[in-house]
Write a protein that binds this ligand. Sequence first.
Ligand SMILES: Cc1cc2nc3c(=O)[nH]c(=O)nc-3n(C[C@H](O)[C@H](O)[C@H](O)COP(=O)(O)O)c2cc1C
Length: 708
Amino acid sequence: MFKSTLSSSASLLSRRCINVGSSSRKAASSVVKNNTLDYPFFSSVNRLFHSNRLCSDKTNMLICFGSQTGTAQMFAEGLRSELLGKKEPWLANVKVVDLNDIEPEKAVEFGMQEGNGLYNVVLFVMSNYGEGQPTDNAKQFYDWLMSDSSTKVLQNAGKKPHYAIFGLGNSANFPERYQAVGRKMEKRLNDLGLSLVFKRGEGDDGGAEGIETDFEVWKNEFVQFLKEQDNGTSTSQTCSVPPEKPKESEGLPPDTTSNGKYFFRTLEFEKYRDKLRQFIREYDSSQSVSPKNPYSLLIDSAKNLCPRSSRKRLELEFAIDNTPINYETGDHIALFPMNSPDLLRRLEKILKLDTPMDRIIFTLQTPPCSIESPPFVATPEKPVSLHQVLSQFYDLNGVVTPTLLTFLAEKATEESEKAKLEQLRSVEYLSGVKNRMLNIVDILEMFPSIRVTWQDLIGVLPKIQPRYYSISSSRLENEERIKRGEKQILRVTFSPLVWPQPDGRTFYGLCSNYLGTLKSHDYCQSVVRTSSFRLPQNPMTPILMLAGGTGIAPMRAFIDERRVLKQKNPSIKFGPSVLLYGVRDETEIIYKDEIEMALKDGLISDFYVSFSHTHGKMISDSIWEHSQLIYDILKTNKGHMYMCGGVAGFGTKCYDALKKVVTHIDNAPAEAGDAFIDLMRKEGRCLRIWLIKLLKAPILCKYSSRCN
Ligand SMILES: Cc1cc2nc3c(=O)[nH]c(=O)nc-3n(C[C@H](O)[C@H](O)[C@H](O)COP(=O)(O)O)c2cc1C
């Protein structure tokens, strides 16, 4: 390892800015140039900003995460807290970056810097998603890495760059594409003659040990490895790092503040109010629609599908004519929620602002040498209001993470509160925070001695992530709509999550409750995500559809698709098609008329409903009751199975029931049931969506409408 002492951190900074490579030099200078008028003080501030943050003779670790439902992010942030907390003498700094917030070149170039007192290492913590694909926030980076664009950058690495990879996957559910992302990244580097500095780690969400243990074991070995690389060249004194401390410095215009991460300038409300845009994530039509560039879809209609029930089952229809939004039947749509007005009001009260949030208009800028891009655009030409940022961009509703609690404990001014927050962050996290679903506003209310500014919060809050919903309409039906001169639509069906807590409070899922407030003519930001949830090519292939609650959504889309197929070709025949539908009671059945019509018209062959509350009958009982029919579809005739259900354990219960059916009819041992499910998965005949991750990822539980 290359560690030597540099005389001053200022000289380190200048080296560092020069060392980051040509593209980042270009980016840095353009930032300065573009903002010359607004930030004449910027370069001097930048020196101040960095001087306290890096130690010249130690390891700098950059942890980049690709995460869909928060686990990889949690691991990344946990490792950072652990390392900084231990004040390891060999460690200068650890920074965690969302792969969406960093230019791909900068992430890889960071690991290329060495010598001159620097040892930079980049750890990529990468979850798998879709079909062995990267998560949405890692897509841009991953595509770049795998493409020719990265070849030159990586080949010019000169010396061996320092990269490590920990992948997250699930070997039980996705055996054929387990850890595809991490493996492909390693292979790509190897093909270019580069190897990882440390063996690639694998965390298995479906494994016996548990993914947390897998990470724990690998991480400990990795940290030990880094420590051993030290060679005793660094001084034993503890680095005075921990970063992200607000910095007030002389020489700055009085209206400029810094939270140690970004610079803020508040602008005059009257002068800039007309420049505010509707959404923080403003759609840029020159770029394709992506989670970074979502499109604002107009809501055509909003309705409650079961008014007789005490629980809502809602349907939104979006108008997609003349929009870049298109989909195939079975796809998902990612929708961006906003925090509830109630949460914002509570936070506004806690922050004790002189001016209401919607009148605080500001710009945000990262220092030129920062490798991280600003989280959102907020320039004098396109400023934002604090209300917009806190309602649209940062997640106030999710359970606070241990990292956030550490930050809040530092900000507590009373020792007793500080100590309690420390406990909540560590030994009492599960019982005192996670299981109670406490969010940042709850914690700020519970601990009034915490002193934070809105700028502080912008530096530490997690971003709102989009939530995925199955599209419950059919693409083919839109073709017919065009012929009839009607609007093309995209439909989602969901149920707002209202979850009473044992302590008398109620947890409201962020996205489903936000969607529940939308009405016709409102807009919602969205991106379509392709899925593999497709009807078989051959209509005669038998199918079994298992739907729990609003899990009927994609089955409804399939039925609509078949209706159009039948209209186009009246002689078309469909193979046996069974729909098993589980709801609490009769009032919660949705799309009943359409389903019964489908049965009558031969679009499906069998339809059975099980009522869990009034009849104590689960969908697994229904599977058992219709054993022979299901056996014939799946085992004898190699049909396809589609599962979509919300409640925890839905999938496992269905699988167990199917295994029981097969082993019973075949009079075979239990292993034969597992082998049967494995075979269906391998043959691509087992299609499942809506995985519940409710209690696993504390902040970002967003795959299911049920949990959000
Ligand atoms: C829809 C979906 C698709 C997935 N696809 C894969 C896959 O192809 N390969 C794999 O190894 N794991 C796959 N997984 C498992 C996740 O990578 C794993 O659960 C991981 O812990 C999620 O991390 P995150 O919370 O950071 O997103 C998938 C999970 C979901 C929900």
